[in-house]
Structures are given as C-alpha cells and as structure tokens.
Write a new protein. Sequence first.
Length: 336
Amino acid sequence: MGVQFETGRIITHADFDGVVSAAIVSRVSGCEKVIFTGPNSIARAEITVGPEDVVCDLPYPLECGLWFDHHPGNIEALSLRGIDPSSIAGRFAEEPSCAHVVLDYFKEKGVELPSYFDATVAEADTIDSFDYTSVEEWRAETPGKLVDMSIKAPFKEPRERTKYLSFITLLIRDRPIEEVAGDEAVRHYLALYRSEEGRMLRIIEQSISFVPRDRNRELIVVDLTGFKRPPRVIKNLAFLIHPNALGVISMNNLFHGGRKTNDISIAISLSMNLTGKNHGKDVGEIMRELNIGDGHRGAAAGLVYCSSKQEMLRRKDELLSRIWGLWESMPLENAE
C-alpha cells in the first residue's frame, strides 16, 4: 500500500494533531508502534530516534526516516544547525496542522487513502490552530472536538493516557471521525473531561491577572506557579470568563517525578476575537523572539529554566513584561 516501515516506529506529539498525523502514517505504512511525546523530549534527545522512525509534529531529531512538521521555529532551528530542510525526507509546510502536511504528502505520492481522512484533518486544522470565530463555534461539539476533549480527560496515570492515545490512533486510522467520537471508550473519557471542566474553570478564575500596562485587558494571564501540585488546567477556558480578551497566557512550574521545579512552562493562544481579521498578532513569533519556544501565529509554547525560586519569580515578571512589549508592538489592525 505504498511506503512500509516494518521495523520502525511513529514518534508523534501527544495531542489531537499528533494522533491524527500518526493515524495517517500508520494507514500508509502498517506500523502500529507509536511513541507519544512532546517537543522538549526531542530537543533534549531524551528519546532515541532511528533511521527507520517517522517523526510527526515535533522538532527534527538527529536522524529519522521521515519528518513531518508545520512549526516555523523548527525550520529556524535547522538553519542554526546548518541543516538544509530540503535534504530531509518527508515534508515541512506552514499548514494549520501537521496532519494536513502528512495527508498532502502521501496524496501527492499517489497513495490511496480513505476519503474520511479529509474531514478528520479539517478538524485537526481547526483544533490545532484554534481557528474559531466565536465562543459558540469553539464550544460546538463537533466529532473532532469530542475526541480532542476525551484526550484531555484526567487519567489515573501516564500509562493509561498513552494506552488510550494508541487506541485512538488506530481508531482514527480505520474509521471516520464521526464513528470514532461515538466509541464507548471515547464517551467514557469524554464524561471524565466534562466532570473536570467546572473545577478547571474555578482554578482559572482564581489565578487570573493582567499585566499592569494592559489597560484594555487584552491578554489574560493565568498564573499557576503558586500551586504545590500541578493543577490540570486548559488555559483557553479563560475566554469563557473574559470573552472580550484577545489572548491568554498560562504560566506554571514544571514537575519532575512529582516534585515541583523552578522551571516555568509558558503557553499563549489568540482568542477567537481575532480569527479571520487582518491583524499582526503572532504569538509564535513572540516565543521565537524571546528564544524560549515556538508555535504558530495563534498558539505557542516555551520553557524557561531557573536555578532558584528567586530567579523564577524574577524571570516570570520579566517575561510577562517582555511578552506585553512584543504584543503591543504588533499591530492590532494591518494596513490593507
């Protein structure tokens, strides 16, 4: 059926886009060995990647068989390493989702794929780029959104989540997204997610602030660094509390082995109030300018390493000030 990776693995981002990307690769290759991880694990070479592995929605490792991605910062990282992107097997393209890149690649290779992948990838485009025009559209329970919410359910342990991600990947590989959303396991984890959403909203409401210079309250700050245990929160829920905001920043400490560190994880998303508008706001560019992470125009994330609590508190304030300065320098309306 096309490309085969008999002894390789699929290494992909542990989110909806990564799952859909892996499902397409699995359909083409027949490979069912899927490793779910995050960009930092690849950047730090915490996962060994071999020449027969396929990497999706993650930074380029030292080597791999095929690489698929859509994050501009990862191309910049290749340039710094002196690597020509055109020399890498696979494809990079600035599409709304990595799944979009993967699907286009195999279609252009002449691989026959089920037509239901088109609808699934369209959902990945919207979900991964947070491309919603209103709160109502964002909250509408499309099949892809239901599956995405089930992935965000509270799992008892990481192994349970990994097992579920593997299950979902193969389900998306073999069925239309509408059928996947109706699966018993999906419904089970979806119910768990819904039971958690109210608790997450309460935590967010208690943790919200704004940068003092942000007089119009454009950027919501959800500061979770005061928690002794890692609070499970989806930052975009803050838009339900401040629906007129243009973006949201979340800040929380990293935890290793259940122990809180002084390192800070930062994520930023644009709100649906900017969707479809001719604006200059680009949170991926903010992360790249700060040299702490990467992302798309509408969503980005980064990490800041701190040696002490004092440094963490200082860096946190500095980062918020610099983020606001970069945000403010980007035009809210572009000239036609």
